[in-house]
Design a binder for this molecule. Structure first.
Ligand code: IMP
Length: 193
């Protein structure tokens, strides 16, 4: 089955394509379709936003769609950046801008800075709507390390590791990440419909 992944984020697309490799599902990303669609994430939860993305793309292509809305929740910041993870330092900010803002805000708090990544994944084909969740717990560090991955990966050390997510390979991140967990569950659920 051909499935469109409703994302413009190349880092996410790479991860999810690897998760669905060797499966009956062929994942096509939006930029793979040459499409520059901007979807407004108007929801106030990951769950709402993941479905907004999936529905918006389904309404255009009328093909099965997967989407995820994900982000980082930091305990000492009362769960921020949360649903604003992508644009925490402002519209059109870079991943580095977001990391610096988080580091700055955490300066007044003692370590460890406990945090978790969350991924809400959804499949929608106009009839079936399947939702799954994945989490990854760890802590935020003050000095970014590593160049792999994307987003907050350089400042996040998963529990049980000494490396940041950006120091792990794609294969290693895909064994433990929030997105790997949510999409693995989605893949298993899809095999049953
Ligand atoms: P979304 O594309 O609206 O789901 O926004 C997700 C944002 O959360 C990204 O732009 C990153 O800032 C952050 N994020 C989500 N997953 C990850 C991850 O695996 N590593 C690092 N940052 C992530």
């Amino acid at each position: 089955m051909k499935i469109i992944f409703a994302t413009q984020n190349k880092g996410k697309a790479k991860e999810v394509k690897a998760i669905f490799a060797n499966s009956p599902f062929k994942i096509i990303s939006l930029y793979g379709l040459g499409n520059e669609i901007e979807i407004e994430e108007t929801g106030s939860t990951f769950q709402e936003n993941s479905f907004i993305k999936a529905k918006a793309i389904f309404d255009i292509y009328k093909e099965p769609v997967i989407a995820d809305d994900s982000g980082l929740e930091i305990e000492q910041l009362d769960g921020r950046p949360g649903v604003y993870s992508a644009r925490y330092a402002g519209e059109n900010c870079t991943f580095d801008d977001n990391n610096l803002k988080v580091i700055e805000e955490l300066k007044k708090f003692p370590e460890p800075h406990r945090a978790k990544f969350i991924s809400y994944a959804v499949f929608y084909d106009g009839k079936n709507r399947i939702e799954t969740i994945g989490e990854l717990h760890g802590q935020i560090i003050k000095e970014p390390r590593g160049t792999n991955g994307f987003g907050y990966d350089p400042i996040f050390i998963p529990d049980g590791f000494d490396s940041t997510l950006a120091e792990l390979s794609l294969e290693e991140k895909n064994k433990i990440s929030h997105r790997a967990k949510s999409f693995q569950k989605l893949k298993e659920a899809l095999a049953r419909i």
